[in-house]
Design a protein around this ligand. Sequence first.
Ligand code: TAP
Length: 455
Amino acid sequence: MSSTFDVINPATEEVVRSVALTSAEETDAAIARAQAALPAWRAVAPGDRARLLRRFADAVDADLENLARLEVTNSGHTIGNARWEAGNVRDVLHYYSAAPERLLGKQIPVPGGVNVTFAEPLGVVGVIVPWNFPMPIAGWGFAPALAAGNTVVLKPAELTPLTALRLAELAREAGIPEDVFQVLPGKGSVVGQRFVEHAGVRKVVFTGSTEVGKQIMAGCAARVKRVTLELGGKNANIVFADADLAKAAATAPYGVFDNAGQDCCARSRILVQASVYEKFLELLEPAVKGVVVGDPGAEATEMGPLISAQHLEKVASYLAPDTPVAFRGSAPEGPGFWFPPTVVLPKSPADPLVTEEIFGPVVAVQPFETEADAIAQANDTEYGLSGSIWTSDVGRALRVSRGVEAGNLSVNSHSSVRYWTPFGGFKQSGLGRELGPDAVEAFTETKNVFISTEE
Ligand code: TAP
């Protein structure tokens, strides 16, 4: 008998739907079906596989508003963000639909014959998704995996299964065979664990906490299983005195409080050059207080609730009565897991507010003196995912970009994820890259074949 999980609307605390949890036995059966579906899927002609992915993208597009509303209800994402997220799944499917017809090998000059390489699919790929961006992170795994001819089993986070389940329905409507792309809602310790342990799964794509990512990597190492890891971040937003300070301050709240700070790319440390530190804080205060926090389904809302009561408790635990809070924004009263945007001024670089990924709407502002000091402070973390650099000096922008140990940097903006470009972390923020022109390679093995031409 399967057990069930009650999905809760984080803005109202009401039960949305009860979802059956996949057991270990059911996971094994799904993996066996995915293995059985592999020969036919990889044999689909490249142009036909491309067409199926484009039809899947079109089905997502036709269902965009429904998917977005589902995410608002399940995850408390603002409706504007949720529409972007569903649109991102559509765009990523379209982008990788070009891949089946371009899975090129090489003809390499060798003596005595002809040498060619093939990009072969890996087999069954297991994708494990966290609760903070249920749609896009699912798509970054399944779209290139399917394009390369793999079959996919996908586990959404226990808290947020609804959009992934809908995406599986849309894939079927588009004509993708049921066993080629299966969504298995359930617990990480059950379904996710089987992806790691089961010999039939040839690659695990994991996005989530660094702690669980290390366990996944260790489990995969024991089986020499391919693994991609997208883990945590404690990203720096570096503001130099020569920057457009008004713009840097006006945008800083959105660089960290988007998705209520539940974003691996959240710029949760703002490093400000000491000569403009006070001025920056003066400009930051109205920007933080102006963030519209409330009903995520309302068009004007800029920040919704946290995902769960447990997560709210974790975020709140970082703020003690003696925490140096500079100022805070607002949050609704009553039901829902609300936490206001909060700006803190830690005194020590060892303060957990500076070192730990809080994964909520809390940002630490710290001064720095020189360019070298800014780079050293930005790098004083085990993480290395993203970051921003605000300066009007192009040479400095490039020097600091090269100096900061992180996979995704933006200058005079807070952009991290663009599906055309590679995304992933340095250090303990991850292993491998997703998105961009090369992502499909991570879902293939290179096979080398030599054909003798000797008589
Ligand atoms: P986790 O607790 O690590 O969970 C992530 C996923 O792994 C969930 O589906 C979870 O299932 C599953 N899982 C848990 N234990 C497992 C195990 N032993 N074996 C296999 N799977 C297991 O993370 P979270 O709290 O959902 O997400 C927040 C974290 O993700 C943050 O650290 C954030 O920075 C990181 N994140 C990183 C990125 C990128 S791209 N680098 C993007 C988004 C989020 P359950 O739902 O059952 O727990």
